[in-house]
Structures are given as C-alpha cells and as structure tokens.
Write a protein that binds this ligand. Structure first.
Ligand SMILES: Cc1ncc(C[n+]2csc(CCOP(=O)(O)OP(=O)(O)O)c2C)c(N)n1
Ligand code: SF4
Ligand SMILES: [Mg+2]
Length: 328
C-alpha cells in the first residue's frame, strides 16, 4: 500500500486532434518501412504521454529499426530490454523511482513508465515478465503493439497472427492450404482474467488517433498496472500498399476483425460499434497474406468474427467516439 505522495502525473483528456500537444516525443531518425503502423503508433503514444516518460523497448522492430548507433527517434528516455523481460526491466525502474522518492533523493514528477512491446514481446515470449509485473501491481503501462507477427526476424507467425495468414512459418501449400490453422490469442482477456491488480485495459487502432491518445492518457492516470492492446498494420508483413495503413485499420474495425473497447473496474465500454458490420473479405482483400484463401477459409474466418460480435453485443455499453476536428 502506497503511504507517501510520489507525485503521480495527471494527464488531461485531449478533446480534438487540433488540441493534441504540438511537441513530438518520437521524431524523425528511425529506419522503419514506409507506412509502418507501429512507428505511427509510437509517435501517438509518445505525444500523448509527454516529456516525463521512460520507454522500455523489448527487442522487435520498434527496437531494431529505431536504434541505430548515434541515431534514434526518441526525445524521451528509452531503454532496450531483451524480448523476454520488458516487464522485469519496467518493474525495476518503477521500484527504483519509488525508492529514490521515498528517500528524498528525487523530487520531480513520477515518470510515465511504458513498455512498448510487440505481440511476441508481450503475449508470447515476453508473457512471463509481463504477467509478473501485473501481478505485483507496478505502476506501469504495458503496451502490446500488435503487428500480428514476429516481424523483425522475417514475419514469422506469433500467437496473435490471424487464422489463414501466410507467414514464413505458416506458408500455404498442398497439405495446409489455408496457411495458419490456429485462431489467435486474446491478449486483453489474458490480462483481465488473470491479474486482480489491473484496473484498466483497452484496445486501440492507429486509424483512430484521438481515441488512441485518450486511452493512453487514461491508462497512465491509473495508479497501478494497465494494459493496451494496439492494432498496428504492418505493410511488409501483411503485404499491402504502404499508403493503406490507416484504411486497413479502419476496415479491421468496420468488419469486426478488431474491436475497440475499454475495460475499467470490471465494466466494458465499447468505443466504436459499426452500425452495420462489413464482411471480413473487405478487410482481407487488400492484404497479400490472405490472398491464397479459398471461400471455405474466408467463411471460417467470418464465423469466428460473427461469434465475437455476438459476445460484444451481449455486454456492450457504447461510448461515443470523439469526432476528430482536424486531420492528424
Ligand atoms: C530470446 C530471443 N529469442 C529470439 C530473438 C530474435 N528476435 C528478435 S526480434 C524478434 C521478433 C519480435 O517480434 P515482436 O515482439 O512481435 O515485435 P516485432 O518485431 O513484430 O515488432 C525475434 C524473434 C531474440 N532477440 N531473443
Ligand atoms: S516490418 Fe512491419 S513493423 Fe517492422 S518496420 Fe516494417 S512495417 Fe514496421
Ligand atoms: Mg510483432
């Protein structure tokens, strides 16, 4: 139980894109692919969090392509961790700051401690350290930026890769025509279901920047561990034209392939429920990773999404999405 004032920052909601902070904390100087969803996501998260922030970057595209010698895009503190231990490094940083403050050796604002982990670094190879952080109730925001593959090492399948995707470890062929045969893990449910100290979990997508930045701020304002599952289309891995990153994100939401919601103290609030869901084929048709699929496979995907939509409808309380007043 916290018994001293450790100067937690309180970040105000952002009312419009025009009202978003001008200052960039993720600046030019990276080497990600053109149209990289995770890079845009990083920029928005860093902008929302502001200057009193420490990022922990487990190995993945957002480490390798962002940290060549003497050149990084980070305008705030950033530390690399192994792909397995983002949660452990963040726990140590958070505990060290609290100790310094308690001993009177630091009197600045308590930093936003944010782990920016890929799907591999969060809900697969990094799962143990993330779960331990959540369990011990560290005041850390753990982000899974989800590009639905182990992208940095050549687009291998991960537990969040969708059914039917062609990756270097799930190539379609005569024996397995659909490529990936398994349906993905559900990261928010993993966190919500297993960690009593967690009070706030939400999903976001780069195509909805205002919603994204406000969920980052809300998560950071919570005193304790929080989790964001952020969809980040990856042109290289998903095989689509670089200019379509945001459009693909919107199709993910419009088809129900991705749902935008918040979970707060046991209650679900949906940020955007399409009036009429579009067929999943509308989302898949732009992406080369699905181009080998036959009708029967697409029908299997549609059934999976339909079932998910029914679950959403059963517990949905809809929260209106703030209307952007200006373009990002
Ligand atoms: C213990 C360990 N195993 C494997 C690797 C190789 N490796 C480096 S980056 C990476 C992919 C990470 O995937 P993800 O966390 O989803 O991030 P992304 O590259 O997709 O951004 C892998 C497997 C490693 N660095 N360390
Ligand atoms: S492979 Fe994907 S995630 Fe990695 S830098 Fe390229 S677009 Fe970004
Ligand atoms: Mg990944």
């Amino acid at each position: 139980m916290q018994t001293f004032d450790y100067k937690k920052q309180i970040l105000e909601p952002i009312k419009s894109l025009r009202g978003a902070p001008r200052e960039e904390m993720y600046v030019p100087g990276h080497r990600t692919c053109a149209g990289c969803g995770p890079a845009l996501n990083y920029r928005l998260v860093a902008k929302a969090a502001g200057k009193h922030t420490i990022f922990i970057g487990p190995t993945g595209c957002m480490y390798v392509a962002n940290s060549s010698y003497l050149c990084t895009p980070y305008a705030v503190s950033w530390i690399h961790s192994q792909i397995t231990n983002g949660g452990a490094v963040a726990s140590g940083i958070e505990a060290a700051y609290k100790t310094l403050i308690r001993r009177g050796k630091y009197d600045g604002p308590f930093p936003n401690v944010i782990v920016m982990a890929g799907d591999g670094g969060s809900v697969d190879i990094g799962l143990q350290a993330m779960s331990a952080l959540m369990y011990r109730a560290h005041d850390v925001l753990f982000i899974c930026y989800d590009n639905e593959a182990y992208a940095n090492t050549g687009i291998q399948t991960s537990p969040t890769t969708p059914y039917g995707a062609n990756t270097t470890f799930t190539p379609p062929g005569k024996a397995i025509p659909e490529g990936k045969t398994l349906f993905p893990k559900d990261p928010p449910q993993l966190v919500i279901g297993g960690h009593p100290a967690v009070k706030y979990v939400a999903t976001t997508c780069v195509a909805y920047p205002l919603d994204l930045m406000n969920k980052v701020r809300k998560a950071l304002n919570v005193d304790g561990p929080t989790f964001l599952h952020m969809l980040c289309p990856c042109p290289k891995g998903w095989k689509f034209e670089e200019k379509l990153t945001l459009e693909i994100g919107r199709w993910a939401v419009e088809t129900g392939m991705w749902t935008l919601y918040e979970w707060e103290n046991g209650e679900y609030k949906y940020s955007h429920i399409p009036k009429k869901y579009q067929p999943v084929s509308e989302y898949m048709k732009y992406q080369g990773r699905f181009s080998h699929l036959k009708q029967e496979h697409i029908a299997k995907m549609q059934a999976f999404v339909d079932e998910k939509i029914q679950r959403v409808k059963a517990i949905a309380v809809e929260a209106p999405l703030p209307t952007p007043k200006a373009k990002a």
